[in-house]
Design a binder for this molecule. Structure first.
Ligand code: GYE
Length: 334
């Protein structure tokens, strides 16, 4: 293209834009008229969110849900900090949020204990703290404004009830893969199984270890079980990602998951439900990660000084082959 031709095009574009601006001016319109109104930076509600990590499908769905709900379009500036499953990192993040003077702190706590000091600092700074997902253990419940999450003991007892109803024929030799120790999700799901073990003398745990809710650790633990030559007919895995790892290990050893061994899992993320349809996972207890809109609703209530509930448990269900379809998986959003 010649220089002359380029300058011709530039000239015509400038003329077109000039005309457009002229029409706009005459019609009294602004550049922003066609766009939805965006709240200005100063109007945004600033939320510091200390997230556990990125250890699982559940966690990733939870992070996305929070980002989508607490977005600039909805009037929020979200400061997201990933703690890589370490409580010390969360404590540092909360102190940073306090220093930055955020409007709200949202905490998804790694473990239940050890929060009193830092949450007292947040209370002294008059920053409301909303706890999501797992719970904290404290004598002083005024240290947090409210909590929203799952009933993890109920999830455990749901799994045990299914085992009682569906695995009656033989004594159960259970491999128990735990989540990271001291987290509500681990404590509740483990307690549920413990209660089942107390009721059933022919149920036995042949192996139990924490796999930190990750696929890599789930696989590693299952490889150990296989190397040790332990006998088992049930895997009770406290989340889907550890289950994926365990399934890898079983398949590499020529054991058919779901057929040679019953697999009980938690979360019911879409990948896991597809595995359930393929027959690899036998039963999956749902844990709902979509807390973003719930936290948004809580903040809106607080902003409007409306009454709100201190504790909100989310509705959850469970899945086996009898109630799972491709259509249902697609409709769930995680
Ligand atoms: O089950 C697991 C995640 O706290 C409910 O944490 C959450 C659990 C979830 O890593 O996959």
């Amino acid at each position: 293209m010649t220089g002359k031709r380029i300058s011709g095009i530039v000239f015509r574009m400038a003329l077109f834009l000039g005309l457009l601006a002229g029409i706009c001016l005459a019609a009294g319109c602004k550049a922003s008229d066609s766009l939805p109104a965006q709240p200005s930076q100063e109007d945004l509600i600033v939320v510091g969110f200390s997230q556990v990590g990125a250890e699982s499908d559940w966690r990733n769905a939870n992070t996305i849900s929070m980002q989508e709900a607490l977005s600039p379009q909805n009037g929020y500036r979200l400061i997201l900090e990933d703690a890589q499953q370490k409580q010390e990192k969360q404590i540092t993040s909360i102190r940073n949020f306090i220093n930055q003077g955020v409007d709200y702190i949202v905490l998804a706590p790694t473990t239940e204990t050890g929060w009193d000091t830092v949450l007292t600092e947040a209370r002294n700074a008059q920053i409301p703290v909303i706890i999501v997902d797992r719970m904290i253990e404290t004598e002083d419940t005024s240290l947090f404004t409210c909590w929203v999450g799952s009933d993890f003991l109920k999830e455990g007892t749901t799994a045990v009830q299914w085992m009682e109803e569906n695995l009656r024929e033989e004594p159960l030799k259970i491999v128990h893969l735990q989540g990271n120790l001291g987290s509500s999700a681990q404590l509740g799901r483990t307690r549920g199984l413990e209660q089942g073990l107390q009721k059933h003398t022919d149920w036995e745990v042949v192996f139990r270890a924490p796999g930190d809710f990750t696929q890599a650790k789930g696989q590693e633990l299952m490889e150990t079980v296989l190397e040790e030559g332990l006998e088992f007919n049930v895997i009770y895995s406290e989340n889907d990602n550890m289950t994926y790892g365990a399934i890898e290990a079983l398949q590499s050893a020529g054991i058919e998951p779901g057929k040679d061994v019953t697999i009980i899992s938690f979360d019911a993320s879409s990948t896991a439900l597809h595995m359930l349809l393929e027959g690899k996972i036998t039963y999956d207890v749902e844990c709902n990660p979509l807390h973003g809109p719930r936290v948004q609703a809580i903040i809106e209530e607080l902003e409007a000084q409306k009454p709100f509930s201190k504790y909100t448990y989310v509705e959850e269900t469970s899945f086996d082959r009898s109630n799972t379809t491709e259509q249902l998986i697609e409709s769930r959003g995680y």
